[in-house]
Design a protein around this ligand. Structure first.
Ligand code: SIN
Length: 348
C-alpha cells in the first residue's frame, strides 16, 4: 500500500512538473537582493542576497513554473556595464534557443533596468518571454516589494499571452514594454511609467492581463547579433543645461568616443556654445545623436534643428540613455549616419 501511495505521489509530481513551463531566473543583484540595517530603515546594500534565498522567500513561484535560479553577477545596477550586458544577452539567447527554457526572468536593480531591458530587446531574438524585475525596497524592509514583484514576473513569464511581446519589465503590478519604460521616481514602489503611452498590461492575482493583442514591437524590427562581440563602441551622453560649456564635448572627442548623444533641452535643442563642438565631432567622424532631457515626446528630425545640414541624428522617442544603447549597437554595423537615422526612425 505504501509503495502504491509513493508511486501515485511521484506520478502526480511528474505530471504537474511536465505541465508547468520552465522559467530560468537570471539574477544580477539590485535592491531586490538588498539587505538593510533594519526593517524600518531604507538604507541598505544592494545585491547581497543570492538568488536561491530570494526564491526560497517566494515558494509560490513553484506553483506557477518549474524555476531554475542562476546567479550571473551580484551588483547594484548603477555599476552595470557593456561586458555584463553582453554576458547576459548571450546566456539568454542560449537559453531561449534551447528546449530547456520556456521563458527567462532577469532580477535587476531598478536604477538601470530600463537600459538593460532595452539592450536585451535589441540583442535577443525569440518569441519566448523575457521579463525584467526589481524592487524599490530591500528584502529586509517591512515594505519589501521584491517578493510580490518576483512572483508577478514569473506569472508574466509563464503566461502564453506574454509570447511575441519583446522584452518586458514587471514592476508594482504593471507590465511595460522595454522601449518605452522609464524610472520616474527615486524612492516610491510605484516608480515606473511608460514614457509615451501606457503599461502594456498588468498582473491581476495570478494572471498576466494584456490591454491589447501582441503586435510587432518597434524593437522586434531590429536585431543586433552580439554573439561574437566582446566589447561595444564608446558612446557618451552630454546633459544640456543653461550655461553648458563646449569643453565637456571636447573631452569625448579627445578620448576617442565613437558617438555622442546630446540630451538637449525641449525638442533636443542645442546650446550655441555646444553647437560648434558637435559640428567638429561630426567632421572627425563621430556620430552625434540629438535627444532630449524631457522624458516624454519625440526629438523630431529636421524640425527645430536642420539635422540634414549638420548630419545629426534625431532620437525620435528614445530617451538619451536608450539612444546611447541604440547608437552603440548601430555602430557595430555601420558609421553611416543616414542608416543610423533609419534605425532611430523605427521608434516614433
Ligand atoms: C540598483 O539599481 O541596483 C539599486 C536601486 C534599486 O534596485 O532600486
Amino acid at each position: 500500500m505504501r509503495r502504491l501511495m509513493l508511486f501515485v505521489t511521484l506520478f502526480l509530481f511528474l505530471v504537474s512538473y511536465a505541465q508547468k513551463p520552465n522559467v530560468y531566473i537570471l539574477a544580477t543583484g539590485g535592491t531586490i537582493a538588498g539587505v538593510g540595517e533594519s526593517s524600518v530603515n531604507t538604507s541598505y546594500k544592494a545585491g547581497e542576497v543570492a538568488i536561491s534565498s530570494l526564491l526560497d522567500a517566494v515558494p509560490q513561484v513553484k506553483d506557477v513554473a518549474n524555476v531554475v535560479g542562476e546567479q550571473v553577477v551580484r551588483i547594484g545596477s548603477q555599476d552595470m556595464d557593456d561586458s555584463t550586458w553582453l554576458l547576459l544577452s548571450k546566456r539568454i539567447n542560449e537559453l531561449l534557443n534551447s528546449d530547456e527554457a520556456d521563458a527567462v526572468v532577469v532580477t535587476h536593480g531598478t536604477d538601470t533596468m530600463e537600459e538593460t531591458a532595452f539592450f536585451l530587446s535589441l540583442t535577443t531574438r525569440s518569441n519566448k518571454p523575457v521579463v525584467l524585475v526589481g524592487a524599490m525596497r530591500p528584502s529586509t524592509a517591512l515594505s519589501a516589494d521584491g517578493p510580490l514583484n518576483l512572483y508577478n514576473a514569473v506569472v508574466t513569464a509563464a503566461s502564453p499571452d506574454s509570447r511575441d511581446r519583446g522584452v518586458l519589465v514587471v514592476m508594482n503590478g504593471s507590465i511595460y514594454a522595454a522601449s518605452d519604460v522609464i524610472k520616474m521616481h527615486t524612492t516610491h514602489v510605484d516608480a515606473f511609467r511608460s514614457a509615451n503611452g501606457a503599461a502594456v498590461g498588468y498582473v491581476n492575482n495570478d494572471k498576466a492581463v494584456y490591454s491589447y493583442p501582441a503586435v510587432e514591437t518597434a524593437a522586434s524590427l531590429l536585431f543586433f547579433d552580439v554573439s561574437k562581440l566582446t566589447s561595444l563602441p564608446a558612446v557618451g551622453i552630454i546633459y544640456g543645461h543653461a550655461g553648458v560649456r563646449g569643453n565637456v564635448v571636447q573631452s569625448m572627442i579627445d578620448n576617442g568616443y565613437k558617438g555622442i548623444v546630446y540630451a538637449g533641452v525641449g525638442n533636443g535643442n542645442i546650446h550655441r556654445d555646444i553647437f560648434p563642438v558637435l559640428e567638429e565631432a561630426r567632421r572627425e567622424g563621430i556620430i552625434v545623436v540629438r535627444s532630449s532631457r524631457v522624458p516624454s515626446g519625440p526629438t523630431m528630425l529636421d524640425n527645430e534643428v536642420d539635422d540634414a545640414h549638420y548630419r545629426f541624428v534625431a532620437s525620435q522617442l528614445l530617451t538619451p540613455q536608450k539612444s546611447r544603447i541604440l547608437l552603440q549597437l548601430a555602430l557595430t554595423k555601420t558609421d553611416d549616419w543616414i542608416r543610423i537615422q533609419d534605425y532611430f526612425n523605427i521608434f516614433r
